[in-house]
Ligand binder design. Structure first.
Ligand SMILES: Nc1ncnc2c1ncn2[C@@H]1O[C@H](COP(=O)(O)OP(=O)(O)OP(=O)(O)O)[C@@H](O)[C@H]1O
Ligand SMILES: [Mg+2]
Length: 250
């Protein structure tokens, strides 16, 4: 049994072209969907008193499963009735428009490059087709993604959407490739590191964790993606590790 096509080597563009596989929509009773719900629940347990509102899934390198995990976990939040906004902040390898079959003519880059004094949220927030889930696609690829994500306008955008949604989930670039995620992490309530079983090197994970520490991000835990389970050959796990405890905002 295989729900996902196996990994096609480092840096595959499959998700960029065809979108991420939404198993949580296609087959909510599948054990993999259950694993995504477990990820959601564990994130909730990381901060019961003060719910985490703005979270991002990142990884060390490209193609480790960020977009797949991000979209599916966001869907599980929407499925439990939370009002969710999913934002494609991976401006170089964007996928959300393909995943949800939406236009990418305007998106995050549109609002970040606009010179209008007011933020026109309605022009970039799209209905995903799934109850409770709205989407902001990446928009046209800019020459300066890091600068845009690190801009005052990005801060203003996040401040404007925070009161409207219960959970805001960002699909962000890999830590060891570009500085975008480090720049963004100051705005986030928490970051989850996606590690691809059998692919991600230990040294890369250690370096990614170090970079999160430097940028004072709160690492909530990690998702072990593509775990080779005997019955399926894919899978997800959730854990806490690499020297981070449960409440270690540093
Ligand atoms: N558990 C899994 N089992 C098999 N294939 C998977 C699994 N998770 C992801 N993939 C596949 O691996 C590829 C990369 O996944 P995805 O696009 O979600 O990763 P990414 O980290 O967002 O990549 P990028 O760095 O390009 O943004 C896709 O073809 C996806 O279908
Ligand atoms: Mg991606």
């Amino acid at each position: 049994m295989s729900l996902f096509k196996r990994h096609q080597g480092r840096g595959t563009t499959a998700t960029m072209k065809n979108g991420a596989m939404l198993i949580t929509v296609a087959d909510p009773k599948n054990p993999v969907s259950e694993q995504f719900r477990t990820v959601r629940t564990n994130i909730h347990f990381m901060s019961v008193d003060e719910p985490l509102k703005l979270v991002a899934f990142t990884s060390s390198n490209v193609s480790e499963g960020k977009s797949t995990v991000t979209a599916n976990v966001a869907i599980t939040w929407a499925q439990e009735g939370k009002k969710v906004l999913l934002i494609d902040a991976d401006l170089r390898r964007s996928t959300l428009h393909a995943t949800f079959n939406l236009s990418n003519a305007s998106g995050l880059t549109t609002i970040l490059t606009s010179s209008a004094s007011e933020l026109d949220l309605n022009s970039v927030i799209q209905d995903s087709g799934i109850d409770n889930l709205s989407v902001v696609t990446a928009g046209p690829t800019p020459p300066n993604p890091s600068e845009l994500l690190n801009s005052k306008r990005m801060t203003a955008f996040l401040d404007a959407i925070k009161p409207i949604y219960d959970v805001i989930v960002l699909d962000v670039p890999p830590l060891l490739e570009v500085t975008d995620t480090q720049a963004l992490s100051g705005h986030l309530d928490g970051v989850i590191l996606v590690v691809r079983a059998g692919v991600t090197q230990k040294a890369a994970v250690a370096r990614a964790v170090e970079m999160l520490k430097i940028s004072k991000a709160r690492l909530l835990g990690y998702v072990m993606n593509d775990v080779d389970s005997s019955d399926a050959g894919y899978g997800y796990g959730y854990g806490y590790g690499y020297g981070y405890g449960s409440d270690n905002k540093k």
